[in-house]
Each structure stands twice: as C-alpha cells, then as structure tokens.
Ligand binder design. Structure first.
Ligand SMILES: Cc1cc2nc3c(=O)[nH]c(=O)nc-3n(C[C@H](O)[C@H](O)[C@H](O)COP(=O)(O)O)c2cc1C
Length: 728
C-alpha cells in the first residue's frame, strides 16, 4: 500500500472544518487550496464561507481552521458579518460556548494599514474568550511584502499540528510530514532537462467627455523580463507551491434550455447578473441593481499626471428602491466591472476555444462528487452561461499571478522550457524571479504569451484565477436635493512600469503600460450612446458619516486627491442643513492636497464657495509639485497647524476623518498625529493623565510617549472618533 493511502485511512475520522472570510478573494482561494490538500491527506474536511456556517453546524465542529482577511480600516470582510453577531451572542449567553473547539487561524492583511490583520487578531481573542483553544499559532501574512512568505510555512506547519490534534502517533506524524514534502515538487536536474512537456456639475475643469482617452489595450501581451539564468545551474527545484487540484468541470446543456444566449461584447449585464453578486446580499439594502450613467466630467486638466473623473448615476429605478433608503454622505458602493472584452477574446483564442464554443451555454459542476465549486463560480452550477461570460464576469484576468497558479499552469505546457520556468517561478529557488514577475503585474494574457506552449483547459483557468471582485467607491454627494443621483470620483488607473526593473516609469514611452480593470471601463462608458447601465450595490453601512445634528463636536477632515470625495458629500449635507435650519454648524476643517493647484485641485470652485459661505470653516491646502506651496503633503500641513489641531482633538472632542491611500498617506497621517499629540502634551503635561489607557498611581505630569499616542489613536478608532476610509 502506498504511503498516501495508509495515512489516509488513519486520518479518515479526523474532521476539520475550514472557514474563510474574504473581501477580494485571497482568503477564499488560499482556504480552498487548503481544503483540497486536507482532503488529499485523508482528512474529512469541509469548506465554508464564515457566514454560511450556521449556528448548529458550528456547534458540531471540533477542529476548525480559519483563513480571514482584514478590510476597510481593520474591519472583517462582508461575508463574515453574520458570524460576528453569532459569536458575540454565543459568548454573551455562555462564557464557555466554544470550549469544545480547537482552532488555527491564518490572517491576511497588509502592514501598510495601521490595523494589521485585525480580523485574525480579533477572532483569536474572541474565540479564546469563548473558551476555545488554539492548536497551532496564528499566522499573519502581509500583502504589503508578499503573502506567500508567511502563508507557505504556516501551511507546512499546519499538517503536523492537525495530525497531533487528531491524536496520531508520532510515526503517523512523520508520515504526514513525508506527504507534506512529497506534495512539493522536487525535480532532479535530469528531470528538468529530460521532461517534455454633473455632479449637477459641482466643479468642471474640463467638461468634454470626448477628450477622455484610452491608451492601453489589455489583449496585447506585454513582455515579461525575468532572469531565468539561475535555472540552468540548478540541481533540483524544491518547495514549489502546492498544486491545487482542478475543481471545475464543464457540463453541456441543451441549446434552448439556457437562461443566457450569446452576449454581445457591449451588452449590459448578462441575465444572470443578480447571481453574480448573490452571495454578498445578506441584507436587503445590499442587493445589486442596475444604475444608468448620466454624466461624466473630467475634473483634472490635461496637464495633470492622472485623470480624475466625476461620474453621476441615475438610481431612480424601482429595482433601486432598497438602495435609496437611508443612504448618507460618506457611504460607499460597489461597482461590478467586467474584464475587458478584448482580453477575454485573447485568452479564449490562445486556449484554442472557438467563438461558437465560447458562446455556447454550459453549466459548471464540481469535478469530484461531493466537492465544492469556489464560491464565485457556484452560481454557474444552476445557471447556464457561456464560457465567454464566465471569463468576462467571474475570474480576474488582470490579477498578478500567484505561485500556486504558476505551478498548476506548468502541468499544461507542451515544451519543457516553459514547464521548467513555471516550476522555477513557483519554487523556493525562484523566489527572486517570482518577486520580479509580480512587480511587473502581468495579466494572464501576458503569462500565456510568455509561456507559449502552456495551454490549460478553460475550466482549469476558471478555477485557478482569483475571483473578479467588485470595486468600491465613496459617494461624493449627500441625499438632500436629488437622492436618486449618486456621484463618485475616480482616478483612471493607468501607469507605466520599466520592463527591466519593474520600477514605475511614468515618462518612458517604451515602458510596459498597465491599466486598472474598472476605471478605464467606467471612463469608456462616458462616451457610450445610448447611456449604459452598470451593476452596483450599496456597501454595508459604515460609520464614516457625520454625526446627526445637533452635535457640537468640531469635524476635521483629511482627504488628499480623490480622498476628498466623501468630504464633498459631508459639506453638501452641511450646506443643506444650514439652508434648512439656519443653525450655525459646528466648526469644520478640511486638509486637501494634490500635485498642482492648476491641474488637479479637485472640486476647487465648490470647496472655495463653501469656505466663503461659512459651510466649511477652514480649508488648508498642500501642493506637492508647486514651488510656492507652504507644505508638500497633508501631514505637513497638519504639523504646521499642530497646536490648533491638538487643541480641537484634546479639549473639544473633535471628530477626525481621514480618507485616501493607505500606503503612503494613511500611515504618514497617523504618524504625524501621534507626533502632534506627543508635542502638545509636552507643552501641557497636565492633560496626559486623562489620555492614558491605564491610569498611573500618581497622576503623571509628563508628555505622552509615541506608543501611548498611537494607543490613544487606536482607542479613538475603536470609539469611532477617528474614522478612516483607506484603500490600498
Ligand atoms: C480597501 C482595503 C482595505 C484594507 N484594510 C486593511 C486593514 O485595515 N488591515 C490590514 O491588515 N489589511 C488591510 N487590507 C489588506 C487585505 O487584508 C489584504 O490585501 C488581503 O490579502 C486581502 O484578502 P482577501 O482578498 O481575502 O480579502 C486592505 C485591503 C483593501 C483593498
């Protein structure tokens, strides 16, 4: 009997439930691969989205593995909202509610955010409080530096830990370890060589939509420059990413029985569009609907480095009634955007799928009896759709490849050179080459072009590629006036990368062009006639809102670039309140920044009008590329006014809102704030005692230390006094 079979039979009673909570698909795909491997290893594994566990099922689970990401400002993903309520209630009802549970947690996050892996840390804390026991240390993987660095060793260590929980003897443990190694691809050097194989126009700088231009065609493959020379001298390739087994099979359906027939490239959403977003619509107001694009205005001049566009949507339809209810300034919504039709056609052509086959209605089924389709493909189990539509709407063709995909693609190469290079990229020895590849952000079109003999079946590609997730945008309007119009502003994501170094190369015309998925598509819709409809859904209600009036607390807003969007909504709301009641609004202060006053000062006219009319108390500006600007970035402007800011925060209980890029701005503003608090309490040490988390025996007369200031900011976040809407 083979080792694998022997170990399987020993492990057959070991039940493990694998749960995930995922916003953009990483945790979903990692947990699915974990599930597949667990099954291969003989565990009796199940796989669930955290919200689908059901109270009873969770009570039956003895061993659970959680893969959870963090989104927003340290928030759990939408598809775990119900779970947290259940967990809270269970803990409240009975302190030892989960005493029967042994768990392991893998957290995904990004250290550019200040609440790094908050979901995983919170889950661990709450499960322990509910009496559960960790059988294996929590792993915290960082998307900022590369998830794989933590995910792979964590998973390697998970199997022996699981075996121990299943009370296997040390011999079986060793065998389990062997399988773990055997799961890696280990190829001898010989093997390598031998194997074949209007705004009602709030502001209008340039109003001509016809001036909007698209330069990037994602169906044209971009070159991938990766150094494969180390491969020639390798004796073996080890540690290749674990191979996720194929999960999908295509099932032909009778012509005529399909809900969907061939969808032309420029059609609105396919008839099954509701199913596309079905899993996310737990609450009625989150149900997606079609909104019509009514206007599109470019907010930046042609001299600006980035184009910023303001789009207005008509949400007056009957199917949007639920979404119009109680929305507020500061809310955000999702846009469901498809892959570029040209990229889909390029992939299908490259895989040898003809037009007729691509548009024939089919169903998807799990390849193994009892197996599960990935969540984002489950709607195709019961709803016939074409392979073309599935690729266009459900799988992300533009996402940078993960090691696991490259490893799987290696199995579909006709030429040894392609196979070995893909194996190398997914191996330990190829880590540097993989990093270089990731920094080039190649799409699947580029990958298939770079490895010309690689030809996976289309259903394999569907289950390998990450899900195509909706993109979130903040509204920059308030419901007063016309509450059936939603406005939002976005930068058209298009950038150049140096093909040799993978560094940004904005001015180099020879550089590789990359573009975002949603914003170029939205921009192109501006020119469509008749007006196009887009699938949108409100996002779960946030706390990123102005407090209901009357509330005397001052409001400080920090929003450079398109980060100003929700604050335009806030100020619209304040202007309305002022008109309606005549009451003097509490003080408001906006810190805005951009590159240049002349080219990308978004919403300038409107902001200045609000300042002049008293709706906006103060407007402090920073222009990073203008010679005469006092300050370069918003955090510098905040430091320049630090005493006034600190006084508002420490003595007037001001609310502080920050919106924009998490990577640079979010972190720098947080740091600047901590510095401001330290310096202010240095001048006024009598304030410190009241700001400390743990009171000291003798009231201290000293400044806050930096860690204490950071802790205070974290407490303000928890208390919803310091609110951030940050994106990566
Ligand atoms: C809008 C947005 C907000 C995020 N907020 C946080 C955060 O507050 N803390 C953190 O550690 N990671 C944060 N992340 C990083 C994600 O957790 C990380 O990219 C993870 O791999 C996503 O996994 P998922 O695709 O399963 O959701 C954020 C990512 C995005 C796109």
């Amino acid at each position: 009997m083979a080792d694998t079979e022997r170990v399987s039979s020993e492990f057959v009673d070991s039940q493990v439930a694998i749960f995930y909570a995922s916003q953009t698909g990483n945790a979903e795909s990692i947990s699915h691969s974990l599930y597949s491997t667990a099954v291969q290893r003989g565990f009796s594994a199940t796989w669930h989205v955290l919200d689908d566990h059901g109270k009873a099922a969770f009570n039956d689970v003895r061993t659970a593995v959680f893969v959870v990401s963090t989104t927003g400002d340290g928030d759990p993903p939408d598809n775990s909202a119900r779970f947290w309520r259940v967990l809270r209630k269970a803990t409240r009802d009975k302190a030892t509610a989960y005493a029967h549970l042994r768990f392991a947690i893998l957290g995904l996050g990004d250290s550019n955010y200040s609440n790094f892996c908050n979901t995983a840390q919170r889950l661990e804390r709450q499960l322990v409080e509910a009496g559960a026991t960790a059988f294996y240390g929590t792993g915290l993987a960082d998307d900022g530096t590369g998830l794989e660095d933590v995910v792979e060793p964590w998973i390697e260590g998970l199997w022996p830990a699981l075996a121990r929980v299943a009370q296997c003897s040390s011999i079986k443990l060793a065998e389990a370890e062997d399988i773990s190694k055997g799961g890696d691809t280990v190829i001898s050097a010989k093997g390598i060589a031998g194997q074949g194989s209007s705004i009602s126009a709030v502001d209008m700088v340039v109003a001509s939509v016809s001036s909007l231009s698209l330069t990037h065609n994602p169906s044209v493959p971009q070159p991938i420059h990766v150094d494969f020379t180390p491969l020639a001298s390798l004796k073996a390739i080890t540690g290749a990413a674990r191979l996720a087994p194929a999960v999908c099979a295509i099932v032909q359906v009778e012509t005529g029985s399909s809900a969907e027939l061939a969808a032309p490239d420029d059609a609105d959403y396919p008839p099954w569009h509701a199913a596309l977003a079905g899993g996310m619509a737990e609450d009625a107001f989150l149900v997606p609907f079609l909104a019509t694009v009514v206007s599109c205005t470019q907010l930046t001049t042609t001299a600006a480095l980035k184009r910023t566009v303001l789009m207005e949507l008509d949400v007056s339809g009957r199917d949007a009634e639920h979404a119009r209810e109680n929305w507020q300034a500061g809310d955000a919504f999702n846009v469901y955007a498809p892959n570029d039709a040209r990229a889909v056609a390029a992939v299908l052509a490259r895989l040898g799928v003809g037009v007729a086959d691509a548009h024939r209605p089919v169903l998807l089924a799990a390849r193994d009896a009892g197996g599960a389709l990935p969540a984002h493909l489950q709607c195709f189990a019961g709803t016939a759709a074409s392979v073309y539509s599935m690729l266009r709407w459900a799988a992300d063709l533009g996402a940078a490849p993960r090691k696991q995909e490259l490893r799987a693609l290696a199995d579909y190469c006709g030429e040894a050179v392609d196979r070995d290079r893909l194996l190398f990229l997914s191996s330990r020895q190829g880590a540097a080459a993989f990093d270089a590849l990731r920094r080039l952000v190649p799409s699947i079109v580029d990958i298939l072009h770079a490895f010309p003999s690689c030809r996976p079946p289309v259903e394999r590609l569907l289950d390998l590629l990450p899900p195509l997730v909706p993109r979130a945008y903040s509204l920059c309007c308030a419901p007063h006036g016309d509450s059936a119009r939603w406005r939002f502003a976005f930068n058209v994501v298009e950038y150049r990368v140096d093909p040799a170094t993978a560094d940004p190369a904005p001015a180099d015309p020879a550089a590789i062009v990359r573009s975002g998925l949603c914003t170029p598509w939205l921009e192109a819709l501006a020119c469509a006639s008749p007006p196009r409809r887009i699938l949108v859904a409100r996002r779960r209600s946030t706390v990123f809102r102005l407090p209901p009036q009357p509330d005397a607390r001052p409001v400080i807003m920090v929003g450079p670039g398109t980060g100003v969007a929700p604050f335009v909504g806030f100020l619209e709301q304040r202007a309305h309140e002022l008109r309606a009641s005549g009451a003097v609004p509490p003080p408001t202060w906006l810190f805005f920044g951009c590159r240049s006053q002349a080219s990308d000062f978004l919403f300038r006219t409107q902001l200045e009008q609000w300042r002049d009319s008293g709706v906006l108390g103060r407007l402090t500006l920073s222009f990073s590329r203008d010679a005469g600007s006092d300050t370069k970035y918003v955090q510098h402007a905040m430091a320049l006014h630090e005493d006034e800011l600190a006084e508002l925060l420490l003595t007037k209980d001001a609310l502080l809102f920050v919106c924009g890029d998490a990577k640079g701005m979010g972190r720098d503003v947080n740091d600047a704030l901590a510095g401001i608090l330290c310096r202010y309490t240095h001048a006024r040490p009598e304030l410190t005692a009241a700001l400390l988390a743990a009171p000291e025996p003798a009231a201290p007369s000293r400044a806050l230390s930096k860690p204490e200031a950071l802790q205070l900011l974290a407490r303000w976040t928890a208390d919803h006094r310091y609110l951030r809407d940050l994106w990566a």
